[in-house]
Each structure stands twice: as structure tokens, then as C-alpha cells.
Design a protein. Sequence first.
Lengths: 215, 215, 215, 215
Amino acid sequence: MARSVPTTPRKSASQKRSQATVEALLDATARVLTREGYDRASTNRIAATAGVSVGSLYQYFPNKEALVAALVSRHNREMLELLRNALKEVASLDLATAIRELVRAAVDAHLVDSALHRIFAEQVPRMGQLAKIEALQGETFLLVRAYLEQRRHEISVRDLDSATSICVTIVEALTHDFVINKPVTLKGDRDRFVDEVTRLIVGYLRPSRAAKPLT
Amino acid sequence: MARSVPTTPRKSASQKRSQATVEALLDATARVLTREGYDRASTNRIAATAGVSVGSLYQYFPNKEALVAALVSRHNREMLELLRNALKEVASLDLATAIRELVRAAVDAHLVDSALHRIFAEQVPRMGQLAKIEALQGETFLLVRAYLEQRRHEISVRDLDSATSICVTIVEALTHDFVINKPVTLKGDRDRFVDEVTRLIVGYLRPSRAAKPLT
Amino acid sequence: MARSVPTTPRKSASQKRSQATVEALLDATARVLTREGYDRASTNRIAATAGVSVGSLYQYFPNKEALVAALVSRHNREMLELLRNALKEVASLDLATAIRELVRAAVDAHLVDSALHRIFAEQVPRMGQLAKIEALQGETFLLVRAYLEQRRHEISVRDLDSATSICVTIVEALTHDFVINKPVTLKGDRDRFVDEVTRLIVGYLRPSRAAKPLT
Amino acid sequence: MARSVPTTPRKSASQKRSQATVEALLDATARVLTREGYDRASTNRIAATAGVSVGSLYQYFPNKEALVAALVSRHNREMLELLRNALKEVASLDLATAIRELVRAAVDAHLVDSALHRIFAEQVPRMGQLAKIEALQGETFLLVRAYLEQRRHEISVRDLDSATSICVTIVEALTHDFVINKPVTLKGDRDRFVDEVTRLIVGYLRPSRAAKPLT
DNA sequence: CATGAATGAGTCTTCATTCAT
DNA sequence: GATGAATGAAGACTCATTCAT
């Protein structure tokens, strides 16, 4: 495909141009999405916001869904990055401290672009290729599951899979609620929130034998 | 909403017919919503499904949003009803058993019409319906909060508001996930699911003093 | 579907209205098609020309293709009508005279709306449901075939199917050419044209035994 | 079109490259046209298929129309070539045998690239290409007319122009139908088809005196 | 009150063509 | 000359809503 004499700068120049366009489109999508909501985010509006023609948009994304999917991917990648880093830094700590740090990281992740995250959670139809949203959950599951595996000796639940799934769902839900709705009861008190969630998770993973009969 | 004490039989008759039409429209909305998704649920399609003209639809609902809002309300009422009943039946039981029953009720509530519930959760917030959904959360919060208050002596958390909020959010998220996504790890094993969630909640509300140093 | 008290005038009124709209759309399609050509005939333009909104167009025709197909149908029906009448009037005549009249009818048929016919022949893509264009050929084939069958004794070709097919194709092609291109050689001389074609066809169907060795 | 006597080798080399590009573009156009149809044959797609950039396409052809026109020309040239050859080989034969060979040649001509020919016949007239197509008809007319002139003594029709026009139109129509639609009645039986058409034409050009009163 | 035909703004998407590199 | 990114006008089609009957 590359013809003769395609001086690298040329190719790289056009590559850079393309990439800039794509970047601009994703940014515009995020902006329009958060400012106008999913339904009012038309491809024309997005292109205009990106300072690009609709034609260019369709040069890079086959349809609106793909565009949003790409943005979701990018956002997910950013959030996962935070989780990965947190897991690294936490590797040698004891469970409780580690969990606390991880919860803190979860809050940070949700703060990356909470408005956008809210749109994703509330408005983007989970259909077709947009199932990518769930992919985040999948990756998260695997990372957390690996971590817990490694801390197996500090954990007393039997089924690690279920436990992982539960923890991930819980932290996601609570963090989301905390960041998005700022629940009246914890309004902004981030430390108390982290404490509370940590206690919840640790209590679940490492129930003291003293835990009384449930019947 | 239902006018009280219909005076003349004639009036009541027409009221009954109206009521039936409204009912038919809501049913049709639910059907179309679950079968076609929010985006393809047009008022024309809904009216057709209800066996009514679009004109009639607009006789009863000023716009599409109001129609969906009414359906959300109806659905919420049904789910809350289950919760209220469960709370009554559970009043005299000890905390752990009670929680178990309440979790079970939560699953039942999500099974009332899980497909519809999914649509509401994933697509409806696009509209101004957040209010309605939050209203459900609000009512739920109040009911649960009242129940926990009454069991205060069995609960060792300090801030009952936070605890309520956390419990409600958790149960909602886990139940939703369980019903909608049938997580691989618990696929369909409802009893194990209920056990696990119960243990989680009880452990959180009534931590054994034995829960030792986190460091 | 019919509700109570739908006084026939009402129903018929709206039926009349609908029908008028459909008629207007088909007329507009013909006009736009002949004036602008197939490619420039957009649904919006057609609707505008019909004095109707695009929405109405799509109320009656699922897409542009269907609209054109309906017009083709209508046009075909008109042309076939002429053929049917001619066949009736010709039933008792001898073959040669009959053929002459039929050729004349073919010319008339092509003159019904020759501009439109030209567009159909030259510009309408023969794809999808537009295969209806060929349906005309099919019906024509059957009618002519039936006629020839009935005149079997005056015809000396062996395979009546082939003969029918050939006659139909020939007459269509020549008539089309005559009407559309007014070939220099016969410019407008309709009687000479009819004579010539008649001689051609009759010579083919009823070759005199005297026809010399072809080898 | 090919410049004559390329002087310098260098120039000739680049000319050869240009020529190759043009050839590639025409081939690609034919491929895309037959595979996708006229409507979906975009210049971008054609360029891509040719392994060339759109820019290059526009270097050689001012617009899409010119590109298709060139392809039509090439195709016409190929078909005419077959006709010319057939006329040469047939020069000394008697009329009936000659006609038979010419009809055979017509079928061959239509088989050169029948898919492409179909597209030209059905879709291309949409553009200004009618000229090109009529040019083919024109050339064909002249060639055939010259041939018939030369066989004047074997032909008993009066107006040779009309006769030529009719023969050309007939053979084109029948052959086209035979090749494209494979009429049920003659499905694939090429020899019978050629026989039949030959009989038709010869009967028309050389009617035996025995052909009786038409009245 | 019911009906359903009509409306038309607004969406997504394509494609011939240009032009900076 | 070649490249291919960018353009934007234009087209097909949908749908919430209105209103004459």
C-alpha cells in the first residue's frame, strides 16, 4: 500500500493529522454528550463541535454507535489504568489497608470525568457493540480476582468468584452513587465514605469467627 | 389519581372506559418498550399496540415522556408494594432472618418484570424520569430506614442514615445484577445469592466486636 | 378495527383523502421523473411537487423504490389495458390484419406517456422489487401467447412459446425505438412503420412455403 | 487516444505508467459496476479497487461521468471489433449463411462481458452517456447498412435505411434478451436461437413473392 | 371524545470533488 | 505527479405532535 518515496515525515504528518481528528472527535463527543445528553448528541453536532465536517467523522467511525463505543473504550481505559496502578501500589499491604486504598482509587476513577461517566451509566443504550461498557466490568473483575487470589490466606469466603463479583458490583454502585448523587448522608465526606465501604468489604471478605449465628 | 366517589353511574362508566384505555396504553408501552427498546418505541407504535389511535393516546398523556413516566410510576408502585408486604411479615423476626427475607423480596421485586426494569434502568433516565426513579429510591430509603430504626438495638453502626443508604444501594445493585446479568458465578442459584447478600448485610450492620485491628 | 359509529361518509371521506394523496404522489413522481430524471428525483422533491409532506409520502410508501414501483405498475396497467382492448377487437380478423392492429395498439400504448416510458426503460434500476417492470413483459407474453394459440392454424412456426417471446420482444423494441428515437428513416411516418413491422411479424409467423433454402 | 511515436524512452516510460493506471481504473470501474451496481459505484471505491488514490483518478478523468464514458467506449470498441471481423469473414457468403454468422457474432459480442453490458443497458443512460451508446448504434448501423448495400441484389425490401434500422434493433433486442434474461423458452439453446433469428431476418429481407395479400 | 392523515424538523449517512502535503 | 484527509451539500427516512373530520 505504501508507494515509493513516502518520506516518513509525510506519512507521519498525515497520521498525526488523522489522529488529531480522531482525538478531536472523541473530545467533542464527550463534550456534547455531557452538555446535551445522549439523545441530543447528533453526529452533525459532534462534528461541528469538533470543528470537523460530518464526512470526516464517518471517515473514522462507521456510525454513531461506534463513535460512542470508542469514547467509552477510552474512558474505560483511563479508569482501568487507575485501578492497575492502585493494585501495584497496594501489593504488599495487608488486606484492610489495601482495600481502603483500592476504594479510594475507585472514587478517583469515578472522578476522572464523572459527568461523562454518569451519561454512560444512565443514557447510553446497552445494545450492540456498546456491550463494551460491560467489558470494563470484565477487566475489572479479572484484576480484582487476581489480587484477591494472591491474598487468599487473608480471606475466608469460599467462592472467590462470587466474592469478587460482589465486591466489584458493590464498590461500583456505592462509588457511583457517592460521586454522582452525593448522598445526603455522606455529602462530600470522602474519608467517611471510604471508611464505611472499607469496613463493609473487609467485613465481608474476612468475617471474624465471632460472627454470630444467623438463625 | 383516581377520582374518589364517582357520583353518577354514567360518569363512572365513562371513567371506567377511560381507565381501561389508560391501562391498555400502559401495557402497550411496557410491551413495546421491552420488545423494541426505548429508541424504537414510538407513540404511534404504542397506540397501535394498544389498539387505540394516536389521538387517543394524546388525550390521556400530554406527551411521550408523561406516558413513560406513568408506566414507571406503576412499576415502582408494584415493586414498593412487595417491599411493604415483606416488611410487615418480617417485623417480628430477628435481624438476620429478616434481612434474608427482605433480600428475597428484593429479588422478587426485580422479577416482577425484569425486562421492563432493565429498560428503565438502562434507557429511561435519558428523559426527565430520573425524578420518578429517585422517588422509588427515596421511598425505599424511608421504609428501610424506619425498619432499621426499629431494630436499632441489633445494629451497631453509628450513622443509621448512611447505613440505610448503603444497604439500599447494595441490595439494589446486587439484585439487579443477579436478575439482569445472571452473573456466571451464581447463575441462577438464588438461594446461594440470598445467603451471600444476607451475610454481607448482616456483617455490615452487626459487626462482631471480634472484627479486629485493620492493621 | 372499525370502532363504533364510524358513519360511512367519515370513513369514505378519509379514504378519499388518502387515495387523493396517493394519486397526487404518483402523479408527482411521474412529473419529477420525466422532468428531472431518476437520479434527481428525491423523495423530498416528489413530496413537495405533490404538495404533500415527506411524512405523508412515507405513510403510503415504505421507500423510494416502492413509490416508483407503484408508478410503474400503474403505467403498466394502462398499457396492458390498451393491449387487452386491441386483442378483443381483433379476435375475429385474419392474422395479418389483426397483427397490423396490434402493432398499432403497441404504438398507442407507447404513446400513453412516452416520456415516462422512456425513463422507465432507461433509468430505473432493474433491481429489487422493480423487477415489476418485467412483470409487464410477463403479462404481455401470456396475452399474446393466448391469442396466437387461438390462431394456431394460421401460424406455421413450431414452438409457439419461442415465437411469442420473439414477437413480443421485437414489437416492444421497435415500437420503443420508433416512439422514443423517431429513427431518421421513418421519422414520424407511423403508417409505414406499422406496415413494415406487420410484414416482419407476419412473415415470421406465416412463412410462405416458397421461402427458399437457407443453405 | 494513444499518442503516436513516443520519442524519448523516458517519456514513453511514464506514458506507459499512465496508460497502465488508466487501464487499471477502467478495469476497476467495470468490476465495481458489475459487482455493486451503478449507484454504489463511488469514485473512492473504484480508486481503491484499482489500487490507486482518488486523487490519481481525478488526474486522468475530470469526473465520474468521464470515467464511465471511457469504459463504455472501450466496451463498444470491443463489441464493434467483433462485428467488423464477422463482416469480413462473411463477405463472400450468400445472404442467409451470412446473416446466420452475423447473428452468431452478435451473441458473441453480448457475451464479451454480459454483466457489464447489462449495467450499461439498464443503468448508465442515467448519465449523459446516451451519446456513447447511440454512437455504438450509429456505427453498427453504418457497418450493417454498408453490408446490405453490397448484397442489395439479394434483398427485396425497398427502403434499405429502414430495413437496416429494423434489423439492427431487432438483433440487438433479441440477443440482449437471450443473453441477459435467458428466456425460458430458449434457455441456453444457442443454436436454436440463432436459427430462429436468422429465419426472422432473412424472411424479412428476402420475402418470397409467395407472401400473399395481407388483406 | 375518537380517529388517523398530515406535518416537517431533524437524524444518520454517502459521495463527488478538492487540495495541502 | 501521487496521496488520502477533508469537505459539505444532499438524500432517505423517522417520529412526536396536531387537527380536521
